[in-house]
Design a binder for this molecule. Sequence first.
Ligand code: F6P
Length: 366
Amino acid sequence: MSRTIAILTGGGDCPGLNAVIRGVVRSAVLERRWRVVGIEDGFDGLVGDPRTRELTLESVRGILPRGGTILGTSNRGNPLSYPVEEGGKTRLVDISDQVVENFHKLGADALIAVGGDGTLKIARALQEKGIPMVGVPKTIDNDLRGTDVTFGYNTAVSIVTEALDRLHSTAESHHRAMVLEVMGRDAGWIALESGIAGSADAILIPEIPFDMGAVCQALDQRRQRGSKFSIVVVAEGAHPQDGDKVVQVSGVENLGVERLGGIGARVAERIGQCMRMETRVVVLGHVQRGGTPTHFDRILGSRFGVKAVELVEQERYGRMVSLQGRQVCDVDIVDAVDSLNRVDPDGDLVKTAEALGIMLGRARVS
Ligand code: F6P
């Protein structure tokens, strides 16, 4: 049976999105002779006059190594709470009926929504309003439940690990403490795994509120053992035991989404004071999300794209593709968006880091 499927990418961009799009188009067109319509800029592309384009084998040629998403994305276009300007003020309104109507005008049988927590929650709500939906999990933060890992995460960890290798040589030459602030608003996976791979001396993550005194003590002990430099990785969502996350732009000013940033500078300042040593801070920011995906993310994105088309063929809507162990399978979207996948402070990865002598922000009970 011939079908038309639509695909959109929502939320922050992420290496591997193009691999998913290509996987969807190639398996839909080559194996099934289906038609694929790309929706531009996430759910925003279904607001007002729909912005869509045909996706053919030609349009996905050469995109596998490319970062970002050829369809564009938006992390502000939540149709259930959409910002509308009125009399110089921004009001949030529910325009989901318009989005559902625009989707049906495309003549598509199903929608594949590729995104993180926010996008998949919207997908779930629109599914209930009548859009047959399949979800594909994406986020460099790896904080989505229902899958062992999301694509994009591997690339981000590789980029941060390389940055740590580079910071080591300059920190050592100048006898400095270098603090690297990385992404991870609710979950510290990027900081933790890159910190272990890049041989950091301290790693501060949102799941373990840190004790600055204990961090300084650990760095001081390291100095007494003869190491004149230190490397500290801090997730943007990390915070001290007696303080809050550092917010650059509040949710009130930014359509309900807090923009984090600045904890690295605070940690560097405190280390400078307590250790009486020169410190520098590096904020890696969106470098972690840009550029070419690793082979792992290209393959995972491709597998997810192919699996999403299979789910549409079987009309198994409301499902999200997922990696469990080495197997690509599917779960209920609800299971993925119910709660976040956060680092277990007593889990194996944290224990491994501590056994390696890395300070995780808390005094160790021996
Ligand atoms: O969710 C992925 C993420 O990279 C977070 O780690 C970070 O807080 C956020 O996106 C930044 O988003 P924006 O692109 O809006 O600055």
